[in-house]
Write a protein of this length. Structure first.
Ligand SMILES: C[S@@+](CC[C@H](N)C(=O)[O-])C[C@H]1O[C@@H](n2cnc3c(N)ncnc32)[C@H](O)[C@@H]1O
Length: 446
C-alpha cells in the first residue's frame, strides 16, 4: 500500500465539517466554565489549531483503514487541548472537560438501537463479521501509527466481546506530539461510547497508564454510571503515575541539600503536631519528617519510597489516601505533608482521614500554598519540573473549604519559607506568604 502524504489535505473539507459538527458538544461543556465570549474564542482558536495540525496527522491507510477516523478524532481533541492549555488549566481540569465532552458526544442512543446491539452481539454470525472487521484493521499494522489488537473469545457469560489492544495509534501519535499525559483521558471516551449501545465496558489496564495492553471486555450486564474523577476506575488505580517511584533518591536528597529550609518546615509542623498521640502519616514518602516527629507508621503508594522508609524503621501500609486501608476511628492524629497537590481527589481523601480518626481526632495538613509568591512560581513552572509536572496546587482557601466540607474545624495555622534560599525562615501565624503552610484541624461530629 502506498503512503498518501496528502490524504488529510485532500480530504480537508470533510474533516473540517466533522470538527464543526461536534463542536456544539464542546461548546455545551465549555459554557459551564467560561463566559460565552471565551467559549466562542476557544472554539475559533481550536478550529484554527486543528486546521494547522491536520496535514501532520500520521497516514495509516486512509479511509480503507477504519481506524483513520479514530486517529483523526484524536487530532480534533489535541487541538482543543492545545488551546485549553493556553488558559492555564491543570492537566486534570482539561481531562475533566474532555471527559464531559465525550459523555455529551456519545449520549445515549435510542432504546431500539440498544436492544438490537445487545441481540447482535449474542449472534454468532454477527460476531464472525465483527471479528473479521477487527482482523482487517490489523492489516494496517505496518503503518507506524496504526493499531495492533487481538480478539479474545468469550468463555462463559462474563463478557460477550473481548479485545486486547497491544499497540495504540493514538498513544503513538500523542507521544510524538508531546501530549502523552492526556492519552489516559482520551481512553475514557470508550466508556460512554460502549454505554451508548446499551452495553458495558470493563478494562483493568491501558497502555496509556504504562501497561502493556488495553484489556477491553464488553458485557451486556453491568452498572454503567458516570464517573468523574476517574480514580475509582481499575485502569487508573492499577498503576497511577507517580513521579516519586522514579526519583526517590533525588527527592530524599533535597532534605540534605536544604537543611535550613527543612528545619523551618519542621518547626512550623511542630507548632501544630501533638507529640505522644497515636499518629499516622498519609503519603509518608521516605519518612524524613516522620522520624523527626516520632511517627512510627505511614501510608504510601510508592514501593520505592516505602522501601527507603522501611529501612528507616517505619511501618508501612501500601494504599492511597483516597481509599485508606486503615480501620475506622483508629488514630488520634493524622498528618499529611505536601501530598495534597498529588492526590487524584482531595475531597475523598479528607473524608477518608475523617473516617480513620477517633472522635475529636486531629488532622494536621501541610501543603504548598498556590496563593503565595513562590506558589505562583511553582505553579507556572510545574511543566518543567519532574515532581510537580502533574501537581494540582491548592490555595489556603481551597484547603480550608474542603476541610470544612468534611466536618473538620480549623483551629490553628502557620506558614513559612518565602524564598528559594536555604536559610531558617520565620514561622508566621495564619495563612500568609510562606509557601509551606500548616493547618491544624479537629474532627467534629457530623
Ligand atoms: C512530596 S512527597 C511527600 C512525602 C512526605 N510526606 C514528605 O513530606 O517527605 C509526596 C508523597 O505523596 C505520595 N502520594 C502520591 N499520591 C498519593 C495518594 N493518592 N495517596 C497517598 N500518597 C500519595 C507520593 O508517593 C509521595 O511519597
Amino acid at each position: 500500500m502506498m503512503e498518501d502524504k496528502n490524504f488529510y489535505i485532500k480530504n480537508k473539507s470533510k474533516f473540517m465539517k466533522n470538527f464543526h459538527k461536534k463542536s456544539k458538544y464542546m461548546a455545551f461543556v465549555l459554557e459551564k466554565r467560561f463566559s460565552l465570549l471565551e467559549v466562542d474564542s476557544i472554539l475559533a482558536k481550536s478550529k484554527e489549531e486543528y486546521e494547522k495540525i491536520l496535514p501532520d496527522i500520521p497516514y495509516i491507510g486512509g479511509f480503507q483503514n477504519k481506524l483513520t477516523n479514530h486517529l483523526q478524532n484524536s487530532a480534533e481533541v489535541l487541538a482543543y487541548i492545545r488551546v485549553l492549555e493556553r488558559y492555564h488549566l491543570t492537566e486534570k481540569e482539561i481531562g475533566e472537560i474532555l471527559y464531559k465532552f465525550f459523555k455529551k458526544l456519545f449520549h445515549k442512543k435510542l432504546w431500539l438501537i440498544q436492544s438490537i446491539s445487545k441481540i447482535s452481539f449474542k449472534n454468532k454470525l454477527f460476531r464472525k463479521i465483527l471479528y473479521k472487521w477487527v482482523g482487517n484493521m490489523n492489516r494496517f499494522h505496518h503503518y507506524e501509527y496504526s493499531w495492533h489488537s487481538e480478539i479474545i473469545e468469550p468463555e462463559g457469560d462474563e463478557f460477550i466481546f473481548g479485545l486486547n489492544v497491544l499497540e495504540c495509534g493514538i498513544c503513538k501519535y500523542y507521544n510524538r506530539e508531546h501530549a502523552g499525559k492526556y492519552i489516559k483521558y482520551l481512553c475514557l471516551a470508550d466508556y460512554p461510547m460502549v454505554e451508548s449501545f446499551g452495553l458495558h465496558l470493563t478494562r483493568t489496564k491501558t497502555i496509556a497508564i504504562t501497561d502493556d495492553v488495553c484489556d477491553c471486555r464488553v458485557s451486556v450486564k453491568g452498572n454503567n454510571k458516570s464517573f468523574w474523577p476517574p480514580y475509582d476506575l481499575k485502569e487508573w488505580n492499577a498503576k497511577k503515575i507517580n513521579p516519586f517511584d522514579n526519583y526517590t533518591e533525588e527527592y530524599d536528597q533535597w532534605f540534605r541539600k536544604y537543611p535550613k529550609t527543612f528545619k523551618s518546615e519542621l518547626n512550623a509542623l511542630k507548632k501544630c503536631f501533638e507529640k505522644d498521640q497515636k499518629s499516622i502519616e498519609i503519603g509518608i514518602g521516605t519518612g524524613v519528617f516522620a522520624r523527626e516527629l516520632g511517627i512510627k507508621i505511614g501510608v504510601e503508594p510508592s514501593d520505592s519510597m516505602s522501601s527507603l522508609a522501611r529501612s528507616r524503621g517505619l511501618r508501612m501500609i501500601k494504599s492511597y489516601a483516597e481509599d485508606l486501608d486503615v480501620e475506622d476511628n483508629s488514630y488520634q492524629q493524622t498528618i499529611m505533608i505536601t501530598v495534597a497537590c498529588f492526590l487524584n481527589n482531595v475531597d475523598q481523601s479528607f473524608s477518608e482521614i475523617y473516617r480513620i480518626l477517633k472522635e475529636d481526632g486531629i488532622f494536621v495538613i501541610a501543603f504548598l500554598n498556590k496563593d503565595t509568591r513562590l506558589g505562583r512560581i511553582y505553579d507556572e513552572n510545574r511543566k518543567n519540573n519532574k515532581f510537580y509536572e502533574h501537581a494540582d496546587f491548592k490555595s489556603g482557601d481551597e484547603i480550608i473549604e474542603l476541610l470544612q466540607k468534611n466536618h473538620f474545624k480549623v483551629v490553628d495555622s502557620y506558614n513559612t519559607v518565602t524564598d528559594f534560599e536555604d536559610k531558617e525562615y520565620d514561622i508566621n501565624k495564619g495563612i500568609g506568604d510562606g509557601i509551606f503552610t500548616v493547618i491544624k484541624a479537629v474532627k467534629e461530629k457530623k
